[in-house]
Design a protein around this ligand. Sequence first.
Ligand code: HEM
Length: 105
Amino acid sequence: MVGSQALVAYQRPDGRFYAYASPIDSYDTRLQEGRLSFSFSALSGTFVNSEMTIFASLQLTSGTVMINQVWQTGPLKGGTPAIHASTADHLTSLGTLDLINSDAT
Ligand code: HEM
């Protein structure tokens, strides 16, 4: 959704794995690479048994207790990410991460 600070990963046509950051500022996005509103390091990913996992260390503002989290999966079109499906599971892929109580809702 607009406002998301996305970490994206996909396999390029030449087989290379590509993990990068993309701030989503409009629904016209093609998930172009860009700067997020927070710093991060050690961005990487794996693609094993058709399952993709993205890793990164996020540098959070001091005092951050709760994080709104979204996740998504979608197709590639012409080699770049295209819009995801809008069935219920794609529109409810969000939650709140409680950094103090390690409790996800
Ligand atoms: C090509 C990139 C993308 C496009 C064009 C796109 C477009 C859209 C559109 C049109 C909606 C429906 C909006 C509404 O119902 O008001 C939506 C919903 C949503 N998208 Fe995306 N999206 C993209 C990428 C992403 C990514 C990368 C994520 C997460 C990392 C994401 C997470 C969500 C979620 C959680 C919703 C449902 C919540 C909501 O509607 O506010 N989307 N997206």
